[in-house]
Structure formats: structure tokens, C-alpha cells
Design a protein around this ligand. Sequence first.
Ligand code: NAD
Ligand code: WQD
Length: 334
Amino acid sequence: MNLLVTGGAGYIGSHTCVRLLEAGHDVTVIDNLCNSSPIALERVQELAGRSLRFVQGDIRNRADLDKAFEGGIDAVIHFAALKAVGESGEQPLAYFDNNIGGTITLMQAMEARGVTRLVFSSSATVYGQPDHVPVKEDAPLRVTNPYGRTKLVMEDLIRDWCASRPQLSAVLLRYFNPVGAHPSGRIGEDPRGVPNNLMPYVAQVAVGRRERLQVFGNDYPTPDGTGIRDYLHVMDLAEAHLKAVGYAAAHAGCEAFNLGTGRGYSVLELVRAFEAASGRAVPLDIVGRRAGDVAELTADPRKANAVLGWHAEHGIAAMCGDAWRFQQQAVAEE
Ligand code: NAD
Ligand code: WQD
């Protein structure tokens, strides 16, 4: 297929582009590089041994999108979004504009071109504080921050659009906690500034870029008191997008899928796994809870297992080992 990947220069998009190219799809990326670099796309092409087409542009700009759609597109994989939970509380309008506004413009451009298949990056954040874990797709949706609000609104808009014509298909992928890197260490997650998420923070402490990890609370009702999450290797996530595009091509309608391993790790368990993978110590301090955090969030991934034929294959050792390889290379290139 000819695939348009929005946000394809970003963390998850770049790994997915490698997999799409390897599988023989033709790929156009549109990205405004607000949180990424064109170097990632050079490396995607090196790793896949094939080239892609890059349109530097903004999904809120219809002319940029029309350029990206030139030549015919069979399906869209939509990663482009702002994703920092804390920042979304300070600048909600920027999140509404970029994420929701961009998605509306994207759907308009798809409709104008007769493009009927959409794979969307949703998030486990749409479950907020769940009543039960592991969470199933039919659990109540409730959000705790403006970033999460944008994901919930975008899911609703896509579902309503999809219901307007029988030929439309949309796959809403609710990622749990994506981590890790391509096994080559050539692409990965290298956040600008202070990392918001645990794994890149741990990697930066291990490599000596930061002194100590702050563990946000050890008084949760979990075995060691620290928060439990369902970490998922980004290469497994890339594979899920390949399967989701195939599913969207074969099925009309809108379906949501959890993407996770189904297995949770606490903050301290993840730190120990990273220390084992890297051979480095990760000094830490226990500090107060972070506002908005939940004690435990894990996926019930059985719908994606059964319907998409997708299973997470990489364990925590590979997630940490690959993140570490990428982190070392990133520091060596500084
Ligand atoms: P990322 O920031 O690395 O990638 C997003 C890409 O989109 C970046 O390259 C950025 O430059 C681009 N972009 C943003 N706004 C744009 C716009 N208006 N026009 C064009 N390009 C734009 O983030 P990521 O971690 O790869 O996340 C990808 C998607 O997955 C996002 O939608 C995010 O909300 C979602 N998600 C991420 C996580 C996670 O923990 N990383 C978890 C759940 C869901
Ligand atoms: C994991 C655990 C923290 C940093 C976020 C978004 C979610 C989704 C994925 C986009 C928690 C603890 C963290 C640190 C710590 N993104 N922690 N010290 O919060 O589960 O999910 O990313 O959709 O929407 O909210 O991930 O990696 O930030 O935190 O102790 O410096 O690590 O308290 O228990 P989270 P995270």
C-alpha cells in the first residue's frame, strides 16, 4: 500500500516506518519536526534499505496535507500530536489546537481524496483511573488531564466520522507504556530537556547525563509501594501498526484495541532490570507522588491478540537492553 504516516519522524513513528518499509509498503511522512529531527528519517531509510518520501509540514495546514496526499494514499497512520501530560495542563489550548484541530484537518483531507482507512495513536490515558486492572477496551473512559482529553475527543470524532459512511475504517490503538529502541541503537527516544517518562530518565541517569532518579511515591497499594505499568517494546508496537493497517484494509467500521503485554512492572522492578541490562547503577531517591498518577495500569491485550493476530514478543530485558544501546550511541554522538 501507499501509506501516509503523520508524525513519522517521532519516536514511535520512526520505528513503525522501518517496519512498514521492510514489509514492502511505500511510505510518505508528514512531520513539522516540532519534537523530532530529520536525522531519524535518514536512519529509518538506512535501517530499512529503502527510501521514503518526506513532506516537512503541519497537519493543521491543509496545503501541507494536500501535498502529502499527492500521488495517491491508501491508508493513513496518524501519530502526529503533542504528548506531554504536564505541559498540556499549562497550555491546554495548544494541545486542543494541535491534536484535535490537526485531526479534523486530516480527516477533511482524507475525505476530499477519498481515503477511507485510518490507524490512530490513542493511549491508555483514556482509561484515567481504572476500576479494575488489567483494563479491557470496554472499560469506562475518563481522563485526568488535557492531553488525555484530546485523545478521548479524537477517538470520538474519528468514531463519528467513521459511522458517516459504510466504507470508512478506523483502528484506535490504545498504547500502554511504549519503551525501548530499535535493536541497532540507531533510532530511539531521546527527549529534549528533562524526560517526562520513566525509561528515558532511567537511561539518562545510567549514562551519567543526570545524577539521580526521583521515584514518585512508594506508598501505593502495590507489592513494593511504587507504581506499576505495562511497558511495551516499541518494535512490538511497530508490528502492531503493520497488522492494524492490514485490518483496516479488510474491515470497515471503527475498533479500539489495547496494546500492551498484559504484564506489569513496578518502578523499582524496571530500575533493577535496567541496571542488569546496562551494568550501571541507577541511584535514586524516593520523593512524593506525582499528581495524576495511578497505582497500577496494565492492559488486557486479548482483543488485539485474537482480532489483529498481534502479540507483544519482547520482554523487559530487551526493552532495557535496546534503550541502553540507543542511549549510549546518543551520548557518543554528542
Ligand atoms: P513524538 O513526539 O516522538 O512524535 C510525534 C511526532 O509528531 C513528532 O515527530 C512531531 O514533530 C510530530 N508532530 C506533532 N505535531 C505535529 C503537527 N501539527 N504537524 C506535523 N507533525 C507534528 O511522540 P511519540 O512518542 O512517537 O508519540 C506518537 C503518538 O503516540 C502520539 O500521538 C502520542 O500521543 C501517542 N502516544 C504516545 C505514547 C508514549 O508514551 N510515547 C503513549 C501513548 C500514545
Ligand atoms: C511510569 C511510572 C511514575 C518518571 C505516560 C502518560 C500516558 C502515556 C504514557 C501518552 C509511574 C514513575 C516516572 C520519573 C517516576 N503517554 N516515574 N519517576 O505516567 O504511566 O504514562 O506515558 O499517551 O498518557 O501519562 O508513564 O513513564 O511517566 O511513568 O517514578 O522520573 O514511573 O510515577 O509510576 P505514565 P511514565
